[in-house]
Write a protein that binds this ligand. Structure first.
Ligand code: NA7
Length: 566
């Protein structure tokens, strides 16, 4: 008996032809991506009785956790929240060992889910989708993969991940460097040995902040090339004891209610007071308490800390003092200190990040003072120095939210390409659909709230909504669904309005696409909060899927005209 069969008797049943035919080139639905959203979508569509095939470019399930194997990789949301909520049995049986799960543990969890719900037989691994067009006559998507096969299905879902298209800056001389080059988002499966080496790390976002202390422990010399300093809050990693794990698992029903009530999709103990409604001593005490406990709860110490400018200045000053305390050299501390408001960019959780810069083998290079001019065979040059290196790590992030979808090379109705449709930015309705692309659905993409908090919480809601929509179409014999041009435009405006109420629209970041040269600068994720988004989606469904148009499936041929069977 396989592991899957041991945990789930359903896995012992023969693969049902209603769902999937191994050699068939067509199915009811195609899902691109077997990360967390793709896996749950596959499970839901199978429950509806659809035949589904999933194409996954990686060799296993897990999406971002399959690719991001760099040293120190972990989730910055606590494992209690960063997990599926759709199955109480799954919640009871899976034990997280750490407060913030490491990449290996999250990958193991994704594998467990795939086995437990018998999902693997429907996934074609190591298969990249290179193109897809909508065949209007057949009302089907025709999908091409890099293994040469063509597959057809009426429904096409991009579960391609919001942060999956790695951004390697096109630096002059990139191909001439003779040493090793790695990107954090496409890390080798074998451990990379940096012992005794001179290593350059470009980028100080979440991935850089997690990688840098780990590399600095091993490498002879570590050069950190920083373009924008971040607010790095202490994570305070720790093991989860047996008792704590048992308590969490037995309390999940209440915990999920709390989680769904949070605008970010995870619960971070929001404080009840406004910043200036308590004394300065009480404020300092509360900030200190939350700093010591670690995590994003620090940002929720007071209700208006990220919206009231004066409160934000004080809270930012608190963190800046912590940077000065942690870093011995005041000049280095100053270079590590952000100049934007706390919360204007998604803060980063770190583990003794600032202290790493006290190590004598670590050098901070400020790219604002001396930009990179290019790579040579033996290293990296800035406008002022040349740094001989044995290895370069690009922790330079992703072409977020749109990169992976654009690479699908979609052609919709009348031959319109997704590149044309999104020339001025990713227009869409509710983050789900794009006008001109019938029956093509997105998860965790532009217009969705996923990256503004816990991606799993968000995509579970999105999958549930989409599954209901598919069930509605089948019930009413509807062949296609498509968003209208007006509703796409209206959603872009809603996304912009919601962004305008936050600090995050005020500074450059990947939310705006400003990390990718030439990308339209448009605020992409929906920032109005998970609960508000859920209500909007539910109202649209209750209103008979207003904002979308449907076409009817052709009536079934009368029995006497049916083709004779052999
Ligand atoms: P991020 O957060 O996009 O960070 C990328 C980092 O790389 C950031 O410091 C960038 O500086 C830097 N970067 C990007 N391009 C360049 C070039 N050309 N030269 C120098 N430095 C560059 O990606 P991560 O992988 O760290 O994290 C992604 C998300 O994963 C994160 O937000 C969490 O949600 C989890 P910049 O800030 O653009 O000046």
């Amino acid at each position: 008996m396989t592991r899957a069969e041991a945990v789930n008797p359903a896995a012992r049943a023969p693969v049902n032809k209603v769902y999937f035919m191994q050699n068939s080139q067509s199915s009811d639905a195609i899902i691109i991506g077997a990360g967390f959203s793709g896996l749950y979508l596959l499970h839901k569509l199978r429950e509806l009785g659809l035949s589904v095939v999933v194409f996954e470019r990686g060799g296993d399930v897990g999406g971002t956790w399959y690719w991001n194997r760099y040293p120190g990789a972990r989730c910055d949301i606590e494992s209690t929240w960063y997990s599926y909520s759709f199955s109480p049995e799954l919640e009871r049986e899976w034990k997280w060992s750490q407060r913030y799960a490491k990449q290996e543990e999250i990958l193991a969890y994704a594998g467990h889910v795939a086995d437990r719900f018998a999902l693997r037989p429907f996934i074609r691994f190591n298969t990249r989708v290179d193109g897809a067009h909508f065949d209007e006559r057949a009302q089907e998507w025709v999908v091409q993969t890099d293994v040469g096969a063509t597959h057809r299905a009426p429904l096409l879902f991009a579960a391609t991940g919001p942060l999956s298209d790695s951004n390697v800056p096109p630096l002059p001389g990139l191909n001439t460097f003779a040493g090793e080059i790695h990107h954090t988002g496409a890390w080798p499966h074998q451990a990379v040995d940096f012992a005794g080496k001179r290593v350059g790390i470009v980028g100080t976002g979440s991935s850089g902040v997690q990688t840098i202390p780990m590399v600095a422990r091993q490498a002879a010399q570590t050069f950190v090339f920083q373009r924008t300093p971040q607010f790095v809050l202490p994570a305070e990693h720790r093991e989860v004891s047996e008792e704590e794990s048992a308590r969490i698992r037995s309390d999940y029903a209440q915990l999920r209610t709390l989680q769904r009530s949070a605008p970010t999709g995870f619960w971070a103990n929001p404080g009840p007071h406004r910043f200036f409604d308590v004394s300065s001593e009480e404020r300092a005490e509360e900030l200190e308490r939350r700093w010591k406990n670690g995590g994003f709860a620090f940002l929720q110490a007071f209700t208006d800390m990220l919206t009231n400018e004066k409160a934000n200045v004080e809270a930012s000053a608190f963190v800046k003092r912590k940077i000065c305390d942690a870093v011995n050299d005041p000049e280095i501390a100053a270079r590590l200190t952000p100049t934007f408001a706390l919360g204007a960019r998604r803060p980063v959780l770190g583990d003794r990040y600032y202290e790493t810069f006290n190590q004598t083998n670590v050098t901070l290079v400020d790219l604002k003072q001396e930009p990179i001019v290019g790579l040579t065979t033996d290293g990296l040059s800035t406008s002022q120095h040349h740094f001989p290196l044995d290895a370069i790590v690009f922790a330079t992030g992703f072409d977020a939210l749109t990169g992976a979808i654009l690479k699908l090379n979609l052609k919709g109705r009348d031959g319109i390409t997704i590149q044309d449709a999104w020339a001025d930015g990713p227009k869409n309705t509710l983050g789900f659909m794009v006008h001109g692309f019938p029956n093509f659905f997105m998860l965790a993409g532009p217009g969705s709230p996923a990256v503004r908090g816990c991606v799993i919480t968000s995509t579970e809601q999105q999958v549930d909504w989409l599954a209901d929509c598919v069930a509605h179409m089948r019930r009413h014999r509807l062949a296609t669904i498509e968003s209208t041009a007006q509703s796409d435009q209206a959603w872009v405006e809603t996304v912009n309005e919601a962004a305008g109420t936050t600090l995050t629209s005020t500074v450059d970041s990947w939310y705006l696409g400003s990390n990718i040269p030439g990308k339209p600068k448009v605020f992409m994720p929906y920032s109005g909060g998970f609960g508000v988004y859920r209500d909007i989606c539910d109202n649209v469904a209750r209103g008979g899927y207003e904002r979308f148009t449907f076409s009817k499936a052709p009536a079934a041929a009368p029995a006497e005209q049916a083709a004779p069977s052999c």
